[in-house]
Design a protein around this ligand. Structure first.
Ligand code: F6R
Length: 247
């Protein structure tokens, strides 16, 4: 299903409240909430609302376990552009989540450690009985996580090569495309699909053409987000601009 809100702010607050409801529901049952999280511009306001709910309305994160979708490779966790820094600044530094409950792919591994690391990442998710909810953004290439065109629907966590357009889109954060890493570690399409619920968020006119393809286009590895059409547990949450090309 597709849900369209008047603007990014209202949509972000709605999604944050769904995340909060999930966390509170699990708390009541004495269980953990296992969340798959995204970085980038799209979820920033959603995280801000979760921080507000923590500060002003007592939302606790003691029972929350998180797995981030991806990290650049190579990448130092302390670099300004790392997804570790992003998550700390936008969410983790401001809530009471236990540090050991946070998982973000490690951008400092040596090449020969990556395969085993990625399998262990998958295994950890499975040991926690899978992701309750996966939050996604979408790149202009149609990537989800960093699953670029060509990614297989059953792909797992792995090292991938970033598309040229993705690196161009990231160039401002890195002060030039030549400084953007060419690779990343990402959860796979298969990993994402195993989540019990998936919310893909997209805002602004800039995302309208790729949203049209993702929602209405032919299912194809050329636009990995089209695979989401195959699942009935996916919701596209859009603002009016991102939805503007939909028929
Ligand atoms: C980030 C991620 C990416 C982004 C996508 C959109 O963890 O997995 O798929 O969601 O590149 O990025 P923004 O939100 O910056 O437009």
């Amino acid at each position: 299903p597709v849900t369209v809100y008047p603007d990014e702010h209202i949509a972000s607050v709605k999604v944050a409240h769904r995340v909060a409801d999930l966390i509170r529901g699990k708390q009541r049952q004495g269980e953990r909430a296992v969340l798959g999280l995204a970085t980038g511009a799209t979820p920033v306001e959603m995280y801000a609302e979760l921080v507000r709910l923590h500060r002003e309305e007592g939302l606790g994160f003691q029972n929350v376990v998180t797995f981030n979708l991806d990290e650049y490779y190579p990448m130092s966790p302390t670099a300004a552009q790392s997804y570790v820094t992003f998550m700390n600044e936008n969410l983790f530094d401001h809530i009471d989540i236990p540090k050991e409950n946070i998982h973000i792919p490690d951008g400092t591994l040596s090449k020969d450690e990556i395969v085993a690391y990625c399998l262990a990442y998958e295994r950890k998710i499975e040991e926690l009985n899978g992701l309750d909810l996966q939050i996604l953004g979408i790149g202009r290439t149609g990537h989800i996580g960093f699953n670029e065109p060509g990614s297989a629907p059953n792909s797992g966590t792995r090292l991938v090569t970033l598309d040229d357009l993705t690196r161009r889109d990231a160039s401002r954060d890195f002060g030039g495309k030549e400084n953007v890493p060419t690779k990343a570690i990402t959860m796979g399409i298969g990993t994402i699909f195993k989540a019990r619920e998936i919310i893909l968020m997209a805002w602004s006119q800039k995302k309208a053409p790729i949203i049209k393809k993702a929602v209405e286009g032919e299912i194809s590895s050329d636009v990995p987000a089209t695979y989401l059409q195959l699942s009935d547990k996916v919701e596209f949450v859009l603002d009016m601009d991102a939805a503007s090309a939909l028929t």
